[in-house]
Design a protein around this ligand. Structure first.
Ligand code: NAI
Length: 334
């Protein structure tokens, strides 16, 4: 099968080529494009039966129509999240859409802990200070995670890994999910209503998918319920948080720490080097001015193990499609 990979960075290319070679799959013809998939770039996939995309590629009705007209039959997502895909349009065009439902939940969970620990103990500031010969400890005071109440929103694959880590640090963990999971309880977490989670947690961390129900679940009203000085962490999807409400909470000191791996307007910003240009997004630029905000550019998934898992499952999905089988990872409209 001829397959076009969009948003393909060197680390994607390396792991997909290595996985392809290790499986002896010489019948696939892989084409890697650094560019994002948009209506303007869809023509690059002409003649490719498979198109492999990542989280900030545009997979709306217009792009899908162009791909289908060019001979595409399979859209293979290299991600778990699929909020960027118009599944209704895909079905209407006879396209199969597959995803990688789970690769390394540890990668995202561990990055979540990295954000919590960095914001709390300010290691990013300490690193810069020490390299400047500044050994002052002023402003570096943190708090013990041990004994702190942490609220985990979404107790799916990643949320449960986060719970395990937080319990390991000695946190009291409360959690919330539409579908409570027995493993979360077995780990020692307590399910509560979302209002109670917001009111009782010094740390709130988000691990739900982006859906119409979860969009802006952290808004001004939710922030008002949280204790002053709360730490909010988002490694889920950017639009789970109303960024303008978060900025207001930061300005008033109500939010004490904000750790983001995702941002609601990250498309066109993240994954590229903009260091020589002026950031045009004033909301994002304002976020970067706060000393208690830490932003990483959607890298929570980025471990060697996760990349291998993504490549492996993506090829499973492609092989199943090529053989006329179902992989079980196909997506249908809800
Ligand atoms: P999952 O599907 O295993 O768990 C999601 C949980 O959210 C489920 O238990 C579900 O019942 C719950 N949920 C859904 N809607 C809800 C609602 N309205 N209220 C309460 N709970 C709700 O997904 P997984 O693998 O744990 O991933 C979670 C999210 O993390 C993904 O949807 C994705 O957006 C994000 N993610 C981010 C990555 C990154 O690099 N930053 C990488 C991978 C995933």
């Amino acid at each position: 099968m001829r397959i076009a990979f969009f948003s393909a960075r060197p680390f994607d290319r390396d792991v997909f080529l290595a996985t392809h070679a290790s499986r002896g799959m010489d019948r696939h013809d892989l084409h890697f494009f650094d560019t994002r998939l948009t209506e303007a770039t869809a023509a690059l996939a002409a003649g490719c039966e498979g198109v492999c995309v990542f989280v900030n590629d545009q997979v709306g009705a217009g792009v899908l129509t162009a791909l289908a007209a060019g001979g595409t039959r399979l859209i293979a997502l290299r991600s778990a999240g699929f909020n960027h895909v118009d599944l209704e349009a895909a079905v209407g065009l006879g396209l199969t859409v597959s995803r990688v439902p789970a690769y390394s939940p540890y990668a995202v969970a561990e990055h979540t802990l990295a954000l919590i620990l960095t914001l709390n103990r300010k290691t990013h500031k300490a690193y810069a200070r020490v390299r400047e010969g500044n050994f002052s400890l002023d402003g570096l005071t943190g708090f013990d995670l041990h004994g702190t109440t942490a609220g985990v929103v979404g107790t799916g694959t990643i949320g449960r890994c986060v719970i395990r880590a937080l319990i390991g640090f000695g946190c009291h963990v409360v959690c919330h999910d539409l579908e409570p999971h027995p493993d979360a309880r077995a780990l020692g977490a307590r399910y509560v209503a979302l209002d109670e989670l917001f009111a009782s947690s010094a740390i709130v961390t988000l691990h739900v998918p982006l859906t119409p129900d979860t969009r802006h679940m952290i808004d001004a009203a939710a922030i008002a319920q949280m204790p002053r000085g709360v730490m909010i962490i988002n490694t889920g999807r950017g639009a789970l948080i109303d960024t303008r409400a978060a900025i207001d909470g930061l300005k008033r000191g109500h939010i004490g720490y904000l750790g983001l791996d995702v941002y609601e307007e990250e498309e066109g910003l993240f994954f590229d080097d903009h260091s020589a240009s002026v950031i045009q997004d004033d909301v994002f630029a304002r976020l970067l001015t706060f000393p208690n905000v830490l932003v990483t550019g959607h890298q929570a998934f980025l471990t060697r193990d996760a990349l291998q898992g993504i490549a492996s499952t993506t090829f499973d999905n492609i092989e199943a499609f090529a053989a006329g089988r179902r992989s079980g990872n196909e997506l249908t409209p809800a």
